[in-house]
Design a protein around this ligand. Sequence first.
Ligand code: PMP
Length: 451
Amino acid sequence: KATPSTSLSKEELLELDQKYVWHHMSPHNPNPMVLVSGKNSTVTDIDGKNYLDGMSGLWCVNVGYGREEIAKAAAEQIQAIPYVPMSQGNVPSILLAEKLNEWLAGDYRIFYSNSGSDANEVAFKIARQYHHQNGEPLRYKFISRYRAYHGNSMGALSATGQANRKVKYEPLSSGFQHVAPPYCYRCPFGKTYGDCGIQCAKAIEDVINYEGAETIAGIIMEPVITGGGVIVPPAEYLTKVREICDKFGILLIVDEVICGFGRSGKQFGHQNFGIKPDIVTMAKGMTSAYSPLSATAVRSELYDVFKQPGADHHFRHVNTFGGNPASCAVALKNLEIIEKENLIERASYLGDELRKKLDGLLIYKNVGDIRSFGFIAGIELVEDKKSKKPASPEMVLKIITECKAQGLIIGRNGDTVPGYNNILTLSPPFTTTDEELDFIVSTLNKAFSNL
Ligand code: PMP
């Protein structure tokens, strides 16, 4: 049943949708799914058809749909006080900042915003100002990877390494350099893992030297490139990046917008690699998307530089909705549910099981590579295994359409350069049952057999 209740028919709603709504991404989709309810891992459309949501929305509804406790926490907070500017304090934001420190296992100051893009913008601004006030005003550049996605705003888009998301919006912010991704399946350096000396990490050092180390403010990266096609780095890669940052006095910003909050099988994705970031950005799974909220967690030593006396030293950044009390209350309840139901262990188990089952798809000639990280998986489609030529957009769409017809939503990612958007993605809710996992894999099997 649709909420708010409406006497309009589906056809009338779609007509209004066509007339007034500008959808994200899908180019003028004449027939969008109109979803009206959800429970656990299943969403229901306006016709009553159920889908297993293999993408948790946009990699975000981690605790699954229909959590009444979260709705209640939001309603109670809105009734108590709906809004407090973050120059002041509100109780959920205080408790949440403490909880995030526990999950991060470090000493971080939490700056709240609304979206993942915002959180990254804040990270860039804090990093630049930090260096300025720390006596190194030349440091303004950021390094990120091709294929990575870091958001839609001008700075975050500048850090993004996917060409087609950027052309027509350029020129973007200056001072953003890109390096090749740690993409073993298509190694940008033509090497093979085991015999490569982790060239992808060394290449970062080269760029730093070419640019002048004294001009680099930070390196931003996700633990695993998610939206760019689930590109999982070699195990040593992030440790090497951390070492490079330390060697040159560069801040390491880890974008945990997707990998955070249990998705990786640990509280945060970087914890799988044993490194400590200087700045961590987070959103999505922070509230399981029940309400918009993001944060930039900054090591307390960096924060200290902003505490020097005089107004000149404070961080001049404000946003109206960041730290919204109801959103923070939602996040607290979300984290409580994850802890109470051991959902991180569950995500880790589900990720392992899914990976084992997905590996069976390698029998199909169009499945070139299977990659996973925690409960995230990517299936790279090719014309054939030998040439590794990316599968045609039509083939990728055929699999997605077939899965949808069978009641399974999966994602499609990669580079937005035409022809390279050839990676199917999965990131289901942590509430997914073993039977649902089997359904995901058997549906994919059917779709590949019918190609
Ligand atoms: N970083 C990463 C890794 C993301 O995947 C996204 C969104 N998909 C963002 C940042 C931007 O988040 P938002 O859409 O909330 O601005």
